[in-house]
Design a protein around this ligand. Structure first.
Ligand SMILES: [Zn+2]
Length: 369
């Protein structure tokens, strides 16, 4: 049998000297040792890479975006011709769009409390903004995921969602940090807010700090909430009316949604991320003699947009009645996490798969009921 010696690539037969005829005595041995050492190093490196890759957490991430005061019927994907919402429409095109979703109350803190706990206000007890606190005993989406090793970050644009109201529980990082000395509190809590661009910059900074663990990032944008005052560069694209200004604010928020999704895509993380976007309530815009929201419970303020995309979900529009309390259990089931016992909402995954889901009834309350 003829074989090749590694040291000088020269054929030799068993029993013959392994020294090459042209190489100095001993050189071949040195080369062979060096090659074996190199192979050893490569083996160790390959093993280390495998070990790192094996340990890499491949669970799905969650990006949860709430856009305050967002009417479903003012988005392009919901059929509104005057919309400029390309980021949200692209998300709807590749995900599941729920055309009949409702909130529990036309108020920010009660609605977000129901979103985060999957329970109605009668259970979690938060019935109005300010003066109510989401109890520490509540099981929130952030708590459920943090317990399972997720990084959890919340980034909010309005003081009504400040951590002091309990809504920040379960988040490792909670970006509220409102400097109250800069605001006139006598005009109401609503006045304490910040632009979505700041909120999204903080969220991106946090997302980029760690690629080793899955994340839950909640980003809250406040643009469509009154007063409607979009940047001039956006305002000029809309009619000079109240509704035009409102739509301009939605367009401004849409740009920030696009920033977040682009960042995840560029970082190679979007294909492992479930993106859920919804409004916390709508806006009356003068319907039923109500300018904004918080009193009546007509569709203008109770119907909300809800879009969930990612995790291999096929594009679909679901026309069944669904509710804000159903979002938390839906996300948990998508992630393979057990739904906590107190949750009153239902996972919407049967509807996502095109199956029936009976027994969903909308329950809505208003104001400090
Ligand atoms: Zn709100």
């Amino acid at each position: 049998m003829v074989r090749l010696d590694l040291h000088c690539i020269q054929p030799s037969a068993p029993g013959q000297s392994k020294n090459c005829k042209v190489c100095p005595v001993g050189y071949n041995v040195t080369v062979r040792k060096a090659l074996l050492a190199l192979l050893g190093v490569l083996f160790v490196l390959a093993g280390a890479y495998w070990a790192i890759d094996f340990r890499r957490d491949r669970r799905l991430n969650v990006l949860l975006i709430t856009i305050d005061t967002l009417r479903a019927d003012h988005l392009g994907s919901y059929g509104y011709a005057g919309a400029r919402t390309p980021a949200l429409d692209a998300l709807a095109a590749r995900g599941v769009r729920f055309s009949q979703a409702t909130t529990v109350a036309p108020l920010t803190l009660p609605a977000h409390s129901s979103l985060m706990t999957g329970t109605f206000p009668a259970y979690h007890g938060v019935r109005d903004n300010g003066g109510f606190y989401l109890g520490d005993d509540q099981v929130t989406l952030a708590k459920a995921l943090r317990e399972r090793g997720y990084r959890t970050g919340g980034f909010v644009a309005a003081f009504v969602l400040d951590g002091r109201w309990g809504i920040g529980q379960g988040f490792d990082r909670y970006y509220d940090d409102f400097d109250l000395t800069k605001y006139r509190l006598d005009v109401g809590l609503d006045a304490v807010q910040r632009p979505g661009s700041e909120v999204v910059s903080k969220a991106i900074e946090w997302l980029d700090q760690d690629f080793t663990r899955p994340f839950l990032a909640w980003v809250h944008l406040y643009e469509p909430h009154a007063p409607y005052d979009p940047p001039e560069s956006i305002r000029v694209r809309f009619p000079p009316t109240m509704i035009g200004a409102y739509d301009g604010e939605i367009a401004t928020a849409d740009i920030q949604v696009g920033r977040l999704i682009d960042r995840l895509a560029k970082a190679g993380r979007l294909d492992r991320t479930v993106v859920a976007v919804l409004g916390d309530h709508g806006e009356s815009l003068g319907e039923h003699d109500e300018e904004q929201h918080g009193f009546f419970v007509y569709d203008a303020t109770i119907r909300i947009p809800l879009i969930i995309a990612g995790a291999g979900m096929a594009p679909r529009t679901v026309g069944d009645q669904v509710r804000i309390v159903d979002v938390m259990p839906t996300l948990l089931e998508l992630l393979g996490v057990e739904i906590p016992k107190p949750v009153q909402g239902r996972s919407l995954l049967p509807l996502v798969r095109g199956e029936r889901l009976d027994g969903i009834h909308a329950i809505t309350t208003a104001g400090a009921s």
